[in-house]
Design a protein around this ligand. Structure first.
Ligand code: VTB
Ligand code: MG
Ligand code: MG
Length: 324
């Protein structure tokens, strides 16, 4: 019997868990060591070797960078056994390398698989992003409105006063104006050091995470990964590439971006059936980090699929310790 109901073979959903688990365990061994590069490198190696065992004919479209700067999991790299569905891959083996190196909350190993040609091929530039979780009327947020207006609309749609809304923003000097504007509304801000893929996912479960809306600029590749995740849970997101130099405009054009000011909806960033998995590396608001015990290693992974909107959380105990 075929396991395909629409789009991607659903069996891949569970296969994907192994890939993000493996990367997370590798990175977690280097948590809190102050060495971002080393933690990133082991996560990349681990994710790549596990990914290459999957029966897919995959191409990395959101990865570790261009071929010249990233030796592995670079954009354009072919991954998988080559036997199986033709798919595009977006990944970040360690999203939040600094968080991991400092052993702070919410670093993740992240991967998405999508139908061929359905993910935005985003250049590695900044993207202005705004995102909310499911349950809001369409059009509640709009990247062209002021931060105050967006906060007010979220509060109204949620049925709470503005001072009960919490926005999550990356703690960066470039966000000072945004932070001031949001604070002037009376809303609360959670300032994070890194990790805006996690932050966008956190908007999908405000009761658990305390985050209602994500705002601000972060990596464009992370924007596509976040959009893939939101496609699976419901939620709204818009992004706009920040192409503020002729060099960036040219780089984006080479990747097919003809309108540098275009606003991308969540469907523009991830249009087809998509599967998404994230495993916690450090403890976080939604996912626990990897636990090492004498007899097993425990991981927690969220894995989801857009066509059914099934969201699974998988706690795994790995007892074949020599394999990790
Ligand atoms: C974000 C965040 C990442 O980069 O995209 C951010 O998700 C943006 O870049 O975890 P700056 O650090 O230059 O502000 C990270 O923090 C690191 O990749
Ligand atoms: Mg990375
Ligand atoms: Mg990253």
């Amino acid at each position: 019997m075929s396991t395909t109901t629409s789009g991607l073979d659903r069996i891949l959903t569970l296969e994907l868990v192994r890939v993000s688990e493996r990367a997370a365990v590798a990175a977690a061994r280097l948590r809190g060591r102050g060495d971002e590069k080393a933690a990133d490198q082991v996560a990349v190696d681990a994710m790549r070797s596990e990914l290459n065992r999957l029966d897919i004919k995959g191409t990395v479209v959101i990865g570790e960078g261009e071929r010249d700067e990233a030796p592995m999991l670079y954009i354009g790299e072919e991954v998988g056994t080559g036997e199986g569905p033709v798919v595009d891959i977006a990944l970040d083996p360690l999203e939040g390398t600094t968080i991991c190196a400092k052993n702070l909350p919410n670093s993740l190993a992240v991967i998405a698989i999508a139908e061929k040609g359905t993910l935005l091929n985003a250049p590695d530039v900044y993207m202005d992003k705004i995102a909310i979780g499911p349950g809001y009327p369409d059009g509640t947020i709009n990247i062209d409105l002021s931060p105050a207006e967006n906060i007010a609309r979220v509060a109204k749609a949620k049925g709470v006063p503005v001072n009960e809304v919490t926005a999550c923003i990356l703690d960066r000097p470039r966000h000072q104006k945004l932070i001031d504007e949001v604070r002037a509304t009376g809303a609360a801000i959670r300032l994070i050091g890194d990790g805006d893929v996690a932050a966008v996912i956190h908007t999908t479960d405000p009761e658990e995470t305390g985050i209602d809306i994500y705002m601000g600029t972060g990596g464009a590749p992370e924007g596509v990964l976040a959009a893939a995740a939101l496609r699976c849970t419901g939620g709204q997101m818009q992004g706009r590439l920040i192409l503020d130099t002729p060099e960036k405009v040219a780089r984006a054009a080479k990747m097919g971006v003809s309108d540098p000011k275009r606003i991308y909806s969540i469907y523009d960033m991830a249009s087809g059936d998509v599967l998404f998995a994230a495993t916690g590396v450090t403890d976080g608001n939604m996912l626990a980090g990897v636990k090492f015990t004498k007899n097993y290693i425990e991981t927690q992974t969220i894995v989801m699929r857009s066509s059914s909107r099934t969201v699974r959380e998988i706690i795994a105990r790995h007892q074949d310790l020599d394999k990790f």
